[in-house]
Ligand binder design. Structure first.
Ligand code: FES
Length: 160
């Protein structure tokens, strides 16, 4: 179903109060759309958001195609973003990425067949002092090792 429930609409109203025009709240609203829809902006939501933000469909599509953090395809239950920018790369970021690829048998941009994990390669997550790191579901980035990733993946598989 396209459209926010009452609880999310309260969040939307709170966002609108922060900006002079409704369309200025577009990015945080698109993040709410993704939060409510398996990490993506599905079919039909572009029109809904355009009406909500009192802007054009073209503007919505322009924003969605410009920002690579706004996704059109669903992510896994655990969306892993692995940083391979230079500071993380020098601390083993590429090895971490390759380890996750091998462990989950998926490449960046893909989701495991059980829908549990998806992987994305990203540039700096603004926490270089913790390198190498990953970020899961938009939470704070965490310093990782191959061993800590193995343990985490096993725990998440058990939780389902
Ligand atoms: S380079 Fe990875 S967080 Fe900055």
């Amino acid at each position: 179903m396209v459209g926010f429930n009452d609880a999310v609409m309260k969040e939307v109203q709170g966002l609108f109060k922060r900006y002079p025009k409704k369309q200025h709240a577009l990015l945080p609203i698109l993040h709410l759309v993704m939060r409510e829809n398996q990490g993506c902006v599905p079919e039909g939501w572009e029109d809904y958001v355009a009406e909500l933000c009192e802007t054009s469909l073209n503007h919505i599509r322009g924003v969605i195609t410009f920002y690579d953090m706004i996704r059109k395809e669903p992510t896994g239950k655990f969306h892993i973003r692995v940083c391979t920018c230079v500071p993380c790369g020098m601390c083993g970021g590429d090895q971490i990425k390759n380890h996750i690829i091998k462990k989950l048998a998926i490449h960046p941009g893909h989701t495991t067949p059980d829908g549990l994990f998806s992987l994305e390669e990203v540039q700096c997550l603004a926490a270089c002092d913790k390198a190498p790191l990953i970020q899961v579901n938009g939470n704070n980035p965490e310093k990782v090792t191959e061993e800590s990733i193995d343990i985490w993946i096993q725990e998440m598989r058990q939780k389902g």
